[in-house]
Design a binder for this molecule. Structure first.
Ligand code: MV4
Length: 503
């Protein structure tokens, strides 16, 4: 049985994984780069190992360093979180070979789902609907045109090694095929070192709906219903919710069965997500599988009542999933908003820097998965997401009202965040009515970023800013008058405790 887990990640997800470890009595080991020396995941873990300089390709992405840290700390398992090495088959294989349990699927399953052409073939064989298109790589314009004349324009040319929007080209006219092929291939070669591409019918204005699945190593595969992730901007998700406002019980059951079949087709074990695109007539098609725990997993946890990380640990131990399909129900409604350190008024530029003040929402139906605190400097090396705000309600209306209340309570100064942008989303009629698809953000962009309204929040922020400014002035005055040696006793104690820390 797993006694000690090395968490090969940082930020909110590292903390979130460690929290479940603590609840099940498993020790956790953090790894950290220079920039993360004082990060929350390092303080929370039972042990911590330094793995190098701040850039992730010199730390969190270096397999040898993670393996060495695992051995040095005596961990018997590695949880990769999301991003970084989480979908790296080489890493999963190294773990398998070196006797460490990889808390995730087999290297083989990662490889099969990572190659989109292979995945399409597997899905077709398993009877899972895929978007009409090629099932082999297309070699040239001629081959692409054969398919295009079968399925009709417009089409998408996609990189087999791609996913998440990279190496994709939309083609609306036959005479643009050559250039799109060339562009998709060259982008794929640069990004993935593999220029295989395939052709798919273009689905206009789709919904992005994904199914959470869990599979253990003793033959059980279940789904935990869907998440609707259509509120996204440039392939970056912004808001997710479950249940999907467009789903019917019949389609849900059907898609759930297909999601389970998709996972079984690659002998999957662990937590995973089957992504579908869904058109307005509720025709749905397998798009890709994410072979990891996802950012938005908490909304499923809230509505289904399962701790997905605990299930991952059970599965890694060779135990059964704790629940059966027929025991699972969707209870109420959950919405997640991703809070980014970005400036919506300035093309969503990352806004790293010193976080001066933070008041996080609390109370009934609210969960905040974060890692930042006052005085924390958000590093520029990593993803700018600083937290996830999850609101639950007995129904969608209550969940939205609670999310609006929580966003109102959420105050951050020192850096720019997406909080006000998210508040606007909660008021757009199409969102409130559940009437949106993947074009929602671009369709409502002017409303979402217009600067001519204050929404009552500017005022609060101005007050906080003024208060902080005033406090800072007082602090400066005091230190000028008294000098640093006469600081009060409790502050000195606090400093000593910090110095005496593990690090
Ligand atoms: C598509 C599509 C329409 N038709 N494929 C974007 C990311 C990658 N995972 C696949 N993507 C898409 N594939 C066909 N045949 C539209 C998208 C797409 C999209 C998909 C999911 C969520 C957001 C999206 C935003 C733009 C385009």
């Amino acid at each position: 049985m797993i006694q000690k887990v090395l968490v090969a990640n940082r930020g909110e997800i590292a903390l979130r994984v460690m929290r479940s470890c603590r609840e099940v009595g498993v020790r956790s080991v953090a790894v950290f780069s220079d920039a993360d020396r004082k990060s929350a995941h390092v303080r929370y873990a039972d042990e911590a190992v330094h793995i190098g300089p701040s850039p992730s390709n010199e730390s969190y992405l270096v397999i040898d360093k993670i393996m060495a840290a695992a051995k040095q700390s005596g961990a018997d398992a590695i949880h990769p979180g999301y991003g970084f090495l989480s979908e790296n088959a080489t890493f999963a294989e190294r773990c398998e070979k070196e006797g460490l349990i990889f808390i995730g699927p087999s290297a083989a399953a990662i490889l099969e789902m990572g190659d989109k052409i292979t995945a399409r073939k597997k899905m077709i064989a398993a009877g899972v609907p895929v978007v009409p298109g090629t099932s082999e790589p297309v070699r040239d314009e001629q081959e692409a045109l054969v398919t295009i004349r079968e399925i009709g324009l417009p089409v998408m040319i996609k990189a087999s090694a791609g996913g998440g929007g990279k190496g994709m080209r939309l083609v609306k006219e036959e005479n643009l095929v050559v250039e799109a092929l060339r562009a998709a291939r060259s982008e794929a070669m640069t990004a993935f070192g593999d220029d295989s591409v395939y052709v798919e019918k273009y689905i206009e204005s789709p919904h992005h709906i994904e199914f959470q699945i869990l599979a253990d190593k003793v033959g059980n595969t279940i789904h935990l219903f869907e998440r609707e992730c259509s509120v996204q901007r440039r392939h970056q998700k912004v808001v997710e919710e479950t249940p999907s406002p467009i789903m019917t019980p019949e389609i849900r059951e059907e898609m759930g069965r297909h999601a389970v079949d998709a996972a079984k087709a690659v002998n999957y074990h662990g937590a995973g997500t089957i992504e579908f695109i869904v058109d307005d007539n509720l025709n749905y098609y397998f798009l890709e599988m994410n072979t990891r725990l996802q950012v938005e997993h908490p909304i499923t946890e809230r509505v289904v009542g399962i701790d997905l990380v605990k299930e991952q640990i059970r599965i890694a131990n060779g135990q059964e999933i704790s629940r059966r399909q027929d025991e699972l129900r969707q209870n109420g409604h959950a919405i997640e908003c991703r809070i980014y350190a970005e400036d919506p008024d300035n093309n969503f530029m990352p806004s790293p820097g010193l976080l001066k003040h933070i008041t996080e929402p609390m109370g009934t139906g609210i969960r905040v998965d974060g890692y930042v605190h006052e005085g924390y400097e958000i590093p520029l090396y990593y993803d700018p997401m600083i937290s996830k705000l999850i609101a639950w309600g007995k129904d969608r209306e209550e969940a939205i009202a609670r999310m609006k209340r929580a966003l109102y309570e959420y105050k951050i100064t020192g850096i720019k965040t997406s909080i006000r942008f998210l508040e606007r989303i909660m008021e757009v009629p199409d969102f409130v009515e559940g009437n949106y698809n993947t074009h929602f953000v671009e369709d409502n962009f002017d409303y979402l970023i217009s600067k001519d309204r204050c929404d009552g929040v500017c005022e609060d922020l101005a007050l906080i800013a003024a208060f902080l400014d005033y406090q800072e002035k007082l602090d400066k005055d005091r230190s000028l008058r008294i000098g640093s040696e006469s600081r009060s006793e409790w502050r000195a104690c606090g400093r000593k405790r910090n110095v005496g820390n593990r690090l």
